[in-house]
Design a protein around this ligand. Structure first.
Ligand code: AHM
Ligand code: MG
Length: 349
């Protein structure tokens, strides 16, 4: 029988990759894994709300039932607070960063940025949703950690990962030494190593974008979509279109099968929709570590300056060759439109 490696065992084994590490990062990852299991349990029960009580209603203990994204946010913050390795949580659910002021945590070394339940509107129709997280080392040495500790470029991430609550639940993460995927075995309640050293195919035949917004897209994206739809045997076109509307699920599929996921700037969202700190940077780190590429159409996502917690960015992410091709179209037809900087009126959709 094949030996099963659990997430906990794997994290401990990998600690030796960091000769000076004292185990804090390992404990942080373990805390995230524990919160993920709790959130998974609730997400799995989502279809039972009509039987067990609607969200917003009162449960038998007289407590208000929480919406799942609020619940997930609380679970991750609670796990990170009690673990003692994280001094600030920046969450898509909170306007401001959350400082963890307990004696053990206030001098902790790590900052976590998290989107606790991405794509949560998909829960109503039983479509996969996800959690995305990103870990940074604190910069300031003394006193209370500050916003400067949080607003770091994507290249400074020490770890990033996502959990996909899908037909099975998986946790995928990187610490900058490749990407590994773990599937939750519900019978033992453990994430088990199922996808060691994940690599995204260099090329693919699937493009993923909300084409309903076509009229609002930059010309470069419109032209790239046309390119995907043209018949050409040599490049296996026309490509297939797949869009779940849940970033984690769309990108997870791209890693497994190859493909490109695009959420561009649009005329109605001139900086893009997705958040740099909670969605773009962690996914970009994972994809690069899996051998793929992530760009805002012109620049590497991980090199973008971060000015504010909830900053948005366009994103073109996935198989290297597909992202490069999409960038070619952006350069040719939408130069100057990187992240809301619209230089040429002609190229605005
Ligand atoms: P959310 O953080 O409010 O859940 O929004 C993020 C989600 C992504 O998972 C997904 O890729 C995108 O929004 C879908 O947006 P749209 O409905 O505009 O296509
Ligand atoms: Mg989100």
């Amino acid at each position: 029988m094949k030996q099963v490696t659990t997430l906990g065992q794997f994290i401990i084994e990998k600690q030796n990759d960091f000769p000076y590490a004292k185990g804090e990062l390992s404990r942080l990852l373990r805390d995230i894994g524990i919160a993920a299991k709790i959130v998974n349990r609730e997400v799995n029960k989502a279809g039972l709300v009509d039987i067990l009580g609607d969200q917003g209603a009162t449960n038998v203990q007289g407590e208000n039932q929480k919406k799942l994204d609020v619940y997930a946010n609380e679970q991750f913050i609670a796990a990170l607070s009690s673990g003692g390795e994280c001094c600030i949580v920046a969450s898509e659910e909170n306007d401001d960063m959350v400082r963890i002021d307990s004696e053990v945590s206030k001098n902790a070394k790590y900052i976590v940025a998290i989107d606790p339940l991405d794509g949560s509107s998909n829960i109503d129709c039983n479509v996969a949703v996800g959690t995305i997280f990103s870990i940074y080392r604190r910069i300031t040495k003394n006193g209370l950690p500050t916003l400067e500790d949080v607003l770091q470029k994507g290249t400074n991430q020490v770890a990033a990962g996502y959990i996909i609550y899908g037909s099975s639940t998986m946790l995928v993460y990187t610490t900058g030494k490749g990407v590994n995927g773990f599937t939750l075995d519900p019978s033992i309640g453990e994430f088990c190593l199922s996808h060691p050293n994940l690599k995204i195919p260099e090329d693919g035949t699937i493009y993923s974008i909300n084409e309903g917004n076509y009229v609002h897209f930059p010309d470069g994206v419109k032209q790239y979509i046309k390119y995907c739809q043209v018949e050409d045997k040599a490049t296996l076109r026309p490509y297939t279109s797949r869009y779940i509307g849940s970033m984690v699920a769309d990108i997870h599929r791209s890693i497994i099968k190859g493909g490109v996921f695009i959420y561009p700037t649009t005329s109605s969202a001139p900086n893009g929709k997705l958040r740099l700190m909670y969605e773009c940077n962690p996914m970009a780190f994972i994809i690069e570590q899996a051998g793929g590429k992530a760009s805002d159409g012109f620049n590497r996502i991980l090199d973008l300056e971060v000015d504010s917690l909830h900053q948005r960015s366009a994103i073109f992410i996935g198989s290297e060759h597909m992202v490069l091709k999409a960038e070619e179209f952006m350069k040719a037809h939408s130069a100057g439109q990187a992240n809301g900087v619209v230089a040429s009126k002609k190229s605005v959709a």
